[in-house]
Design a protein around this ligand. Structure first.
Ligand code: ATP
Length: 236
């Protein structure tokens, strides 16, 4: 079976020569939930940014749903939704306008029913006419997720989705991830939290120093390492 995400020999050297990725190979199948665990500076955001086409790799290739992210950028990008770590979004827009605009960016026809569904799924429906700048941090993060889903991506990237969010949103996020998977969406999330990876993912990859040092299904990883050892791996 052709993987939805196919990463081969990926390296990234930033300006100044810092090597953030040192040869990453990874295949992720359709509908899989994959968690990328790693300490600060391990290369998680760099890897996700390359997979989304935001950062150009130095070497290697990335194919998303059959499209090369560099050579066939537009087609590959349209398959991908990204929820970034930072709460950056158009402050002066209403929730509804921002989400509708995100869909339009990909040349998709307007679909108010779909947008309503997305906003309801994210408990944002009541806030649809609110200005984004008036919302709390947790609500802004929900808006970012809604925007990422508006063009019906096949792959959703969540970069540290629950960093600094309240318990309610964390719980909602877990439920949302499972609902999306039932609809066939492939999900890649980054996290510092072992519990979160365990709760959400089918497979876990541990990244450290720009290398994927372990990739296992959740049960195998826990059996092989246990939480304590895994925590130590993440500190190295
Ligand atoms: P965190 O959990 O703190 O977000 P991360 O695992 O996502 O970390 P990255 O943000 O990918 O790690 O960073 C990997 C390394 O690359 C870090 O040492 C970082 O300082 C460096 N780096 C990231 N972006 C750049 C850049 N634009 N220019 C130079 N170095 C960078």
């Amino acid at each position: 079976m052709i993987p939805t995400i196919d990463v081969r020999g990926l390296t990234k050297a930033y300006k100044g020569g810092f090597q953030a990725l040192k040869g990453v190979d990874l295949q992720i199948r359709k509908g899989e939930i994959f968690a990328l665990l790693g300490p600060n500076g391990a290369g998680k955001t760099t890897l996700i940014s390359i997979l989304c086409g935001i950062v150009t790799p130095s070497e290697g290739s990335v194919t998303i749903a059959g499209h090369d992210i560099v050579r066939d950028y537009r087609a590959a990008r349209s398959k991908v939704g990204l929820v970034p770590q930072e709460l950056v979004t158009e402050q002066f827009e209403t929730v509804w306008a921002a989400v509708r605009f995100s869909r339009g960016l990909f040349g998709k026809p307007a679909n108010p029913q779909l947008i309503e569904q997305i906003l309801r799924d994210l408990s944002l429906w009541e806030k649809r006419d609110s200005k984004i700048m008036a919302l709390s941090g947790g609500m802004k993060r929900r808006v970012l997720i809604a925007k990422a889903l508006a063009h019906e991506p096949e792959v959703l990237f969540l970069d540290e989705p629950t960093a600094g969010v309240d318990v309610e949103l964390r719980h909602d996020m877990w439920q949302l991830v499972h609902r999306l998977r039932e609809r066939g969406v492939t999900i890649i999330l980054t996290t510092h939290y072992i519990e979160e990876a365990e709760e959400m993912a089918d497979r876990i990859g541990v990244i450290n120093g720009g290398r994927l040092v372990l990739v296992e299904d959740k049960a195998t990883l826990m059996r092989k390492l246990g939480k304590k050892q895994l925590a130590l791996t993440l500190q190295q």
